[in-house]
Write a protein that binds this ligand. Sequence first.
Ligand code: PMT
Length: 401
Amino acid sequence: MLDGRRVLLVISGGIAAYKSLELIRRLKDRGADIRCVMTANAQNFVTPLAVQTLSGNKVFADTFSLTDEHEIGHITLARDCDLVVVAPATANLLAKMAHGLADDLASTALLVTDKPILVAPAMNFRMWGHPATRANMATLKERGVHAVGPNAGMLAEGESGLGRMAEPAEILAAVEGLLSSGPLRGLKALVTSGPTFEPIDPVRFIGNRSSGKQGHAIASALARLGAEVTLITGPVKLPDPPDMKVVHVETAREMLGAALGCLPVDIAVCAAAVADWTVSNASKEKRKKDPNGPPPAIELAANPDILATLSEKGSARPRLVVGFAAETENLLTHARAKLERKGCDWIVANDVSPSSGTFGSDFNTVHLITQGGVEDWPRIAKADVAERLAWKIADSVKGKP
Ligand code: PMT
């Protein structure tokens, strides 16, 4: 809960500004007191009246408003809060922040505040990837500015890429992580995410479908609840989440080595889509095509099972080991069998049949199988699956030796 915590929300001018209305509602539901500053461009996307109605507080937009300055003043506005959240944070506002510009109320408040700042960038993927924005973000991070997102996906202009503002649930969770001491404070967690690639030769590989969205979201959710997280990820297109150690691997063996290198941990969540087999006759050189001969035979050998290994680690076993079961049929039966076979504590049964669209999408439909039974969760955003799971984990490990 955020009872009585004061958040100054800066809304800048991007299409994602409409999501700031949902963010205000969620922050209010958690008990936060919200004041909002809108840039002139933000008011082209959402009206101050909507923001004022939802926040229950006057909206500020003008540095030179005589009444606003008389009532509160821009310096007090920027400092009389526990956290400043910028959502959406446009490329323009991030650039102003990085360079110390103060040419409107939003940028002035951001320059004058002495409180932690969380930005939720939102922009076209080319703007996000531009060296200027990369440099501005690096500067802001170096100064201790926190960031959530952006996410990959379809952008307003009809193009796809990294630049979508984080979902309100993710921003809320980041706010809670920054403002609360967190139920997982003092605990270590490891999360595996993404696919593994098993080389056939230096050019080709076999691998699984996985974008890493679900695993990365879980790592972020655990970090926001205060856990010290190590994320071990196979090759994905996502940026490294902030506030955690990220280990990049390619093969299942590398993933196992990295996981064992993390021990001891209190919590392990294996969300990675690990290739079950590796190519035992992988070639050091690129295999040549013989137009007249048969295609080369690929010999497979079983990969080590990371989840099963962590589950049987004796005294180094994490207090709670959570696996995933990606199934295309008989979901719960197969998932229960996997829980038994691999020896983990909980399993998240995940429908990955082609019609589910789970791989790569922002949504997921899962069933959580624990000793207490099966919980059927509705189709919700992967960020929400992650948040729910992280809170379940927090409730479970509290008081567990
Ligand atoms: O990445 P996204 O696009 O967001 O999609 C999410 C997801 C579908 C990849 C994810 O939610 C998921 O279901 N992950 C598990 C995928 C998988 O490979 O499941 P499995 O049923 O084959 O494996 C069962 C469990 O054993 C998993 O926890 C897996 O990480 C683990 N495992 C499997 C094989 C192996 N050699 N080592 C393992 O640790």
